[in-house]
Design a binder for this molecule. Structure first.
Ligand code: NAP
Ligand code: 8YV
Length: 313
């Protein structure tokens, strides 16, 4: 029996590539020199497409594939997928929820500790031999400080659980107040920031949340407050953030995600009050393997006529 066909938008890890290629005829979009001709050559046959959160799928690609029925995303953020076009065409979309919660939450805590205790700066200080010339400055405690979580979903809850063990009072902002948690609720990002020492963004990207962390939110966070972004670069007004960091209007920021990543604004590089991380909240081999498996399990379910494991629509 011939293998089902699959368009892959970008490369996966070697083990995931091997598994996909043993089960599917994989057409490599990213390697095609002529994308239009590539899509045209598969337009009549390809029913499934797999992508990554950072690559998504544009409306143009969706429209060029009239046989497309399923999009599987390696990642939970779907801001780079044209969901309007997918919905209009009745195309199912799956993501990889839950399997990455704990690792992204680990990184959020690591970034909080990293910026407050200046771990990268302390490493450089020690390596350069500056310790022999004098002690590293005293820093800011994390434990017991107020944590504000912007977006208390699957990952936000995993961050909140960790924060409890750091004895941090947790508050949050979402569009709908959760009935199942006792954390203090704020209806706006600015109110949340005004009651936070550490403000962590972990809500979806996309138009609806674009620049939700704006100059007013950063002003409310104030000169002793730290901003942590493990959501998407789009959720923060990056010009306002850079200005706040340069003028010390906030104490610092630790960022896993950026506008225009990976070619991020070089103004970040000269700042001492930031910790910069290359979008890797889910970046452990264990979690990436689980994400790859969930992509494959969704594809297998679809081609076997079984219910999808993690559809979003
Ligand atoms: P989730 O379970 O869907 O949670 C999203 C949360 O955001 C919900 O609490 C939702 O509550 C809230 N929210 C949505 N729109 C909002 C708004 N306008 N204002 C305030 N809160 C809002 O998603 P998740 O699995 O936790 O993932 C969250 C995001 O993290 C993903 O979409 C992705 O962009 C990002 N992410 C990043 C990494 C990384 O490597 N850095 C890894 C994984 C995920 P309401 O619906 O009540 O508003
Ligand atoms: C991935 C992510 O790094 O799940 C997400 O939304 O941002 C990350 O887990 C990304 O999707 C891989 O491209």
């Amino acid at each position: 029996m011939s293998k089902p066909e699959l368009i892959l938008m970008g490369e996966y890890a070697a083990t995931d590539m091997a598994s996909l290629e043993s089960d599917y005829t994989v057409h490599r979009y990213w390697e095609a020199a002529d994308k239009v001709a590539f899509l045209a050559s598969h337009a009549g046959t390809v029913r499934a497409l797999a992508t990554r959160g950072d690559l998504g799928v544009s409306g143009d690609v969706i429209n060029a594939l009239p046989s497309l029925e399923l999009i599987c995303c390696f990642g939970v953020g779907v801001d780079a997928i044209d969901l309007t076009e997918a919905k209009a065409r009745g195309i199912k979309v799956t993501t990889t929820p839950d399997v990455l919660n704990e690792d992204v939450a680990d990184l959020a805590l690591a970034l909080m500790l990293g910026i407050a205790r200046q771990i990268p700066q302390a490493d450089t200080f020690t390596r350069l031999g500056d310790w022999a010339k004098g002690n590293f400055p005293l820093l800011t405690r994390v434990n017991g400080k107020r944590l504000g979580i912007l977006g208390l979903g699957r990952i936000g809850m995993a961050i909140a659980r960790r924060a409890e063990s750091f004895l941090m009072p947790v508050s949050y902002c979402t569009r709908s107040k959760r009935a199942d948690v006792g954390y203090q609720y704020f209806a706006s990002a600015a109110e949340l920031a005004g009651h936070s020492d550490f403000l962590v963004a972990i809500l979806p990207g996309g138009e609806a949340t674009a620049k939700i962390v704006n100059a007013d939110v950063l002003k409310a966070l104030g000169p002793k407050g730290f901003f942590i972004n493990v959501a998407r670069g789009s959720v923060v007004d990056e010009a306002a953030l850079l200005h706040a960091l340069e003028t010390k209007a906030i104490a610092g920021a630790a960022l896993d995600v950026f506008w225009n990543e990976p070619k991020i604004n070089p103004r970040f590089f000269s700042l001492q009050n930031v910790v910069l991380h290359p979008h890797g909240g889910s970046g452990t081999s264990e979690t990436r393997a689980a994400m790859g498996k969930l992509v494959r399990d969704n594809l297998a379910a679809y081609f076997a006529g079984q219910p999808l494991l993690s559809p979003i629509n």
